[in-house]
Design a binder for this molecule. Structure first.
Ligand SMILES: [Zn+2]
Length: 276
């Protein structure tokens, strides 16, 4: 390939979340930066081992498993720009971190508490995250990453997908998980839209047959869209037919015995759907 585009997949441990590193002969672009600072430091070492100029860190959506590593990235790569496609995603990120701090979820990540008048050492979300308002990002040798965030709320209120023509690869963000329980602690209208968008992806990508890189879990093919839709339908049926949270957990674990993250992702999805 003339533009020398290459992809490195970095599998995070916490939340089984992925980071994706695009490189060419000179530059690099990172997509998402993991759930905790310790893993982000290892990711930074991995990026440095490639000896490329990291120009951008793109955060696909405002969930912490995709952005808590930002402070480490900023320290390790001070000249790289942390970016999102649109203002709404920046708002989602700051909103989520503000909520996390309020319930004590950032006690292990104090550097990611939002900067404020009372916490001047906090992370400066306003100034550290740029808004692209653009449909693409380019690497130094000319490869283009096509960005799309023209979606309604699904797994998150605003999501970004990426397509690389050079690699014939589609990066679903958290529209898709592979072999990992899916975060379904979302509104019913989000779930309804999500399922129709999965059909749209299936149809729209049928002729290209790109490799499919999910937000969580391993690379696969376009059959993942139907697989994810089936998971969501099984979850809905399970919730509708279960009297207790325990019953719902047991049914989902029986249906998906090898899926990862039952204790966090499935647990919270069930808790949000059945009151006890
Ligand atoms: Zn995620």
């Amino acid at each position: 390939m003339e533009n020398n585009l290459n992809l490195e997949v970095y599998n995070g441990i916490e939340a089984t979340v992925n980071s994706y590193l695009f490189t060419d002969n000179e530059s690099a672009i990172l997509v998402d930066c993991l759930r905790n600072s310790e893993e982000a430091k290892n990711l930074a070492d991995f990026i440095k081992s490639k000896n490329k100029n990291l120009t951008h860190i793109l955060i696909t959506h405002g969930h912490p498993d995709h952005y808590i590593g930002m402070n480490v990235m900023r320290q390790e790569f001070p000249s790289a720009k942390i970016v999102v496609t649109k203002q709404e995603i920046k708002n989602d990120i700051l909103g989520f971190s503000t909520w996390m701090e309020s319930v004590g979820w950032l006690e292990k990540e104090p550097s990611m508490k939002p900067k404020s008048e009372t916490n001047t050492n906090g992370f400066d979300y306003q100034n550290n995250i740029g808004v692209l308002n653009a449909k693409e990002l380019s690497l130094a040798n000319g490869a283009i990453l096509e960005l799309n965030s023209d979606y309604s709320g699904a797994e998150c209120e605003h999501l970004t997908t990426i397509y690389s023509k050079d690699l014939n690869a589609f990066f679903t963000g958290d529209f898709c998980y592979n072999g990992v329980h899916i975060w379904l602690a979302v509104d019913k209208k989000n779930i309804a839209y999500w399922k129709t968008q999965l059909d749209t992806f299936s149809k729209g990508l049928a002729s290209l047959q790109p490799k499919i890189y999910p937000g969580h879990g391993n690379v696969t093919d376009v059959s993942l869209f139907a697989e994810v839709k089936g998971y969501i339908e099984n979850f809905e049926n399970t919730i509708a037919t279960s009297k207790t949270r325990t019953e719902a957990m047991d049914k989902m674990k029986a249906l998906y015995p090898n899926h990862k993250q039952a204790d966090f992702l499935l647990f919270n999805s069930v808790n949000a759907s059945i009151s006890e």
